[in-house]
Write a protein that binds this ligand. Structure first.
Ligand code: SF4
Length: 331
């Protein structure tokens, strides 16, 4: 069995900001008790509405945000305790990120060759010859030829720029790549090319990805497993097919019911959620989804549901699966 490349345990992120001149502080609960693991060669997708905490999770894993509590184990080492330049360098060699916007993520003043050399110059002692060989190799892996190394980012289309951003993420041969909405800024016709490229790279080089997206159609195509987030919490996690064929959590069911079907004869019931996403400054008591859930019961307002486990490492947090409800056939 493949080993865990990354394991996240009980992660909490809380932002604090002053609300007035008297120094009153408001707290924003961005991540709450997030735990997950990703195995080598796996693509774990993180899905949910805007504001659910997906990007905060990505930034926390990249150490751009300090968690209030919890652990992030990268190959067994807690990266939250990494200090000093040497450990930081080691960390960034192992964990790389692809950002949403390829128009903003590449330095417009640098040629593509320089952009790709930069991580090697900062993080390794490789010779110039070796660096050039690695740059030539990586640009081929993303489907571009090395004539583009002398050009600037503005001379490329959005899809080509995202290929260059992927090449930059690959050049240090990281253990894991976090892709934060990597195709949402691209034209639909280009999205499929980039998704297929990521899938091909994963298969060819046994790469490991955390893939963040609000687009469940894209996620179904690329991921091995899916974690569904709601208000900073993972409410359901399981294999991609299990989540799509037999979703358990009412929020997952509502999200999936909004995905358009390509087959015209397949009618799907659209589950309409009640109300707006609550503010993370003012989280609902008990199950955070109870203010919008069509199945909410009294217990949902008072207590937080534990994790209920199903076959195939599929689990969700919802009282509908408590023993009493199953015995009384509430579901
Ligand atoms: Fe709905 Fe209750 Fe389940 Fe929360 S615990 S998703 S409110 S049924």
């Amino acid at each position: 069995m493949n080993k865990d490349v990354i394991e996240v345990k009980d992660l909490d992120v809380v932002y604090e900001s002053k609300t007035n001149v008297f120094g009153n502080v408001k707290k924003i609960y961005a991540l709450n008790d997030v735990s997950l693991n990703v195995k080598r060669g796996e693509i774990l997708a993180i899905a949910g509405e805007s504001g659910c905490g997906k990007s905060t999770l990505a930034k926390t894993l990249m150490r751009l945000i300090e968690p209030l509590k919890g652990e992030i184990l990268l190959e067994g080492q807690n990266i939250c305790s990494f200090k000093g330049k040497a450990q930081q360098k080691d960390f960034y060699k192992k964990l790389q990120m692809i950002f949403q916007n390829p128009y903003a993520s590449l330095n417009p003043k640098m040629k593509i060759g320089e952009i790709l050399q930069e991580p090697l110059l900062i993080n390794t002692n490789f010779s110039k010859v070796k660096i050039q060989a690695l740059v030539d190799d990586v640009i081929g892996k993303v489907g571009l030829d090395n004539s583009c190394l002398n050009l600037y980012p503005h001379e490329f289309s959005g899809g080509q720029r995202q290929r260059i951003a992927i090449a930059r993420a690959l050049i240090l041969e990281p253990e894991i790549i976090i892709a934060d909405e990597p195709v949402s800024a691209l034209d639909v016709s280009i999205q499929a090319q980039i998704i297929n490229l990521l899938k091909q790279l994963k298969d060819d080089f046994n790469l490991t990805f955390i893939f963040i997206s609000h687009d469940l159609g894209v996620i179904r195509h690329i991921s091995d497993r899916i974690a569904i987030m709601y208000l900073g919490e993972i409410v359901e996690i399981g294999k991609t097919e299990d989540i799509f064929i037999d979703p358990k959590h009412p929020y997952t069911k509502a999200l999936l019911s909004a995905v358009p079907e390509l087959t015209a004869n397949k009618k799907k019931e659209h589950i309409k959620l009640i109300g707006e996403l609550p503010s993370p400054e003012n989280l609902p008591s008990g199950c955070k989804f109870h203010t919008r859930c069509p199945f909410a019961m009294d217990v949902c307002k008072q207590s937080h549901p534990a994790e209920f486990k199903f076959a195939g490492n599929h689990s969700c947090k919802c009282f509908l699966y408590s023993d009493d409800n199953i015995k009384n056939s509430v579901i």
